[in-house]
Structures are given as C-alpha cells and as structure tokens.
Design a protein around this ligand. Structure first.
Ligand code: ADP
Ligand code: MG
Length: 354
C-alpha cells in the first residue's frame, strides 16, 4: 500500500550553515588546511615558508612566508567566499598556473576555526594584523611589525564541527603524519623554496621536524628529504608520453624498495601540483612486484601535461584530476617502466625457468 506523507516545504538553508557545510568539504583535515596555506605562499612567490604547529596543530597552526604580501585594498575581501586574485573568468581555468583559483581556502578556514593574518607588501613600512569572523568578515585591524610577507594563523580548527573536532583530537598523530608526508611532497617539488616545519608541544621547546635548504633541483631536494643513501637506490626517469605529455622523476631500482608501507614514499605531481593518481601508484607497484615482491618502490613522478588537457576542478580539495587522455598516458608509462625494469624482468623470468 502507498504511504501518504504530507509534502514538506522547501526552504533555503541559513547562509552560515551553508558556509560551514561547504567549508567542511574544502578543508577535510589538518593536512588539507595546511596545504591550502602553503599553496597560497607558493602562489605569492615565497622563497621561504615556515609551518609552525602547536600541539601537532590541534591548538593552532601557522604558515609564515616571505611572499609578496597582501595589499591593504584587499583586506576587506580577503577571506570572503569566492574572492580571488587568481582567476577572473571561466576560460582562464584552462591556463591555470597557480595552485589556488577558487577563493575558498581562507573563507573556509574562517568558517571552521579562528583566522588571523599578518601581512605587509613592499609598499608598506609597517605590517597589519587582521582578524576575521566565521563568515569571513574583517572585524579588527591594527598595525604590527613584520618583514614583507604574510603569516596566516588558524586557531582551534574544527572546534565548531562537533564530530570532526572529536575525530581531530583523537587522530591528531595520524593527521600530523599525513601532514609531514604532504610537506615532504612540497619540499621535493618546490625548487628554490626553503621549507621548515616546527612543532611546539606542551611546555617543551619548539622542535624542528623538517628543514630544507631551498635548493634548485628536485634531485637535491630528494637528498635533503630522504638522505643520500636512499637517493643512490633511485633510478632517474624521463619519458615522453602521448599528446605533448612527459613524466620526469625517480623510481626505486629493483631490490631497493621502501619496505611494506606504500604511499608514504610515493609522490605524484602534475605540473608541479601534488595530486592523487591511484592508477599511477597501482601501475608502478604492479610492475615492481614483478621483480621484488617484498617491497614497494619509492616513486617521485612529475607529469607535465598541457593545462588545457587536464581539469583540476574535480574535487573541492583539488587532489583529483580529470584528464582528456588518461588511458594512453598510462599505457605509455607502462611501456616506459617496463623498459626501466627490463634487465630485471629477464633475470626474473630466467630464475623462474630454473
Ligand atoms: P585562492 O588561493 O583560490 O585565490 P584563497 O582563499 O586561498 O583563494 O586566498 C584568497 C586570496 O588571498 C588569494 O587569491 C591571494 O590574493 C590572497 N592570499 C592568500 N594567502 C596569501 C599569501 N600567503 N600571500 C599573499 N596573498 C595571499
Ligand atoms: Mg588558495
């Protein structure tokens, strides 16, 4: 029998609630929050970026850069939703070279925690300290001392999302681990950028977790992050793929993987943007397993793909990409990797025959 339910009225959701709902999709966890801030610093041309954490980020986190700073004309609209200096019109999406483009990060952070900004451009002799409310409105402004650049501080992330706030405290060590892996990705790919991460826990002194020199090559960055011993176990990779695409990077020689744990030493970039491409990881692992079934390879792969052929506007956190020709890129990659590993494939099959 049919159930008769009276039709409910459709009403708009309160604006503040909508803002909180959407913000929770852009900022998923500690690492996606810090990622947005680090990317803003890179977009601002910073050559030195420090990520400072208090209680592993649970209390607050801060990203301090020496980038171009924010001009006073922009203070009022800085943290408003969909306000950006990077994208003016939809077709511009095709020619995107910046990490950001949607003007959602700062506004989302306002909705999920307490945001303050200190900034100074080269045209100002003093810096300004700015406080924003949950809606992204500028509520206080005062002068302060600072070098040229920007410091963004977020206190008490997720404190107003009860479920996530509890999860955040409970999983803080895991969140922190994920953050370090993400910072390693930027430390590897960002050439000429000094990256430092510190944590202050309890009454302890500030401890340095990661520190790179800002060298000019990916090779030197890998050596800084993983050490020389690890680097000598890697094979350089430079391959042309279909449709004006190429991939460059480093991959474990056979027999020199990084143990059972996959993921924490595999980094995939597209045009210098750290992304998730599970199909690439899967392919690399599968081919590697042909020679070394006990370990996973280290892989650092930067794909160069014409910006018009890939769409980064797929998920709110921009980690997923949509390619016009993913299938053939993967096919070319497979052939190339099989070549890299071919002498070992031979040995491997010979062993099987014996
Ligand atoms: P998006 O990066 O997509 O533009 P955000 O909300 O992350 O959106 O940032 C909004 C705007 O604030 C940016 O377009 C940029 O102009 C400015 N901005 C944010 N962070 C910085 C920074 N560290 N240095 C200089 N400008 C910044
Ligand atoms: Mg941004």
């Amino acid at each position: 029998a049919m159930a008769y339910v009276s039709s409910p009225t459709i009403k708009p959701i309160n604006k503040g609630v909508v803002h909180k709902i959407c913000a929770g999709q852009v900022i998923l966890d500690l690492s996606s929050a810090v990622k947005e801030l680090v990317e803003n610093s890179l977009d601002a041309g910073a050559t030195s970026i420090e990520v400072a954490l208090k209680e592993y980020g649970e209390e607050w986190f801060q990203v301090i850069d020496n980038g171009c700073g924010i001009s006073p004309d922009n203070f009022k609209v800085l943290a408003l939703k969909h306000h950006t200096s990077k994208l003016a019109d939809f077709p511009d999406l095709q020619f995107l070279t910046t990490f950001g483009f949607r003007g959602e990060a700062l506004s989302s952070l306002c909705a999920l925690g307490n945001l303050t900004v200190e900034t100074r451009t080269r045209n100002e002799s003093t810096a300004t300290h700015l406080t924003f409310d949950n809606a992204g409105l500028l509520v206080a402004e005062r002068k302060t001392a600072r070098q040229i650049g920007t410091t963004v501080t977020v206190k008490k992330l997720f404190s107003n999302l009860p479920v996530r706030s509890k999860e955040f405290s409970r999983n803080i060590r895991k969140e922190y681990g994920k953050l370090i892996s993400l910072l390693n990705a930027y430390a590897i790919i960002a050439k000429g950028v000094r990256l430092v991460c510190t944590n202050t826990f309890g009454k302890n002194m500030k401890s340095v977790i990661l520190k790179t020199q800002g060298s000019g090559s990916i090779k030197d960055n890998i050596i800084t992050v993983f050490g020389m011993n690890t680097f000598t176990c890697l094979e350089p990779l430079s391959v042309s793929l279909s449709g004006n695409c190429k991939v460059e990077g480093f991959i474990s020689k056979s027999g020199y993987g990084s143990g059972r744990n996959t993921g924490d030493r595999q980094f995939v970039f597209v045009n210098g943007r750290p992304v998730d491409m599970p199909k690439v990881n899967k392919l690399v692992n599968e081919l590697y397993r042909g020679m070394n079934s006990r370990q996973y390879p280290i892989a650092i792969m930067n794909f160069t793909i014409p910006t018009a052929a890939c769409d980064v506007n797929v998920t709110p956190d921009k980690r997923k990409l949509f390619f016009s020709d993913e299938g053939s890129i993967l096919q070319y990659l497979r052939v190339a990797l099989e070549k890299v590993y071919s002498p070992n494939f031979m040995t491997y099959s010979a062993n099987l025959v014996e």
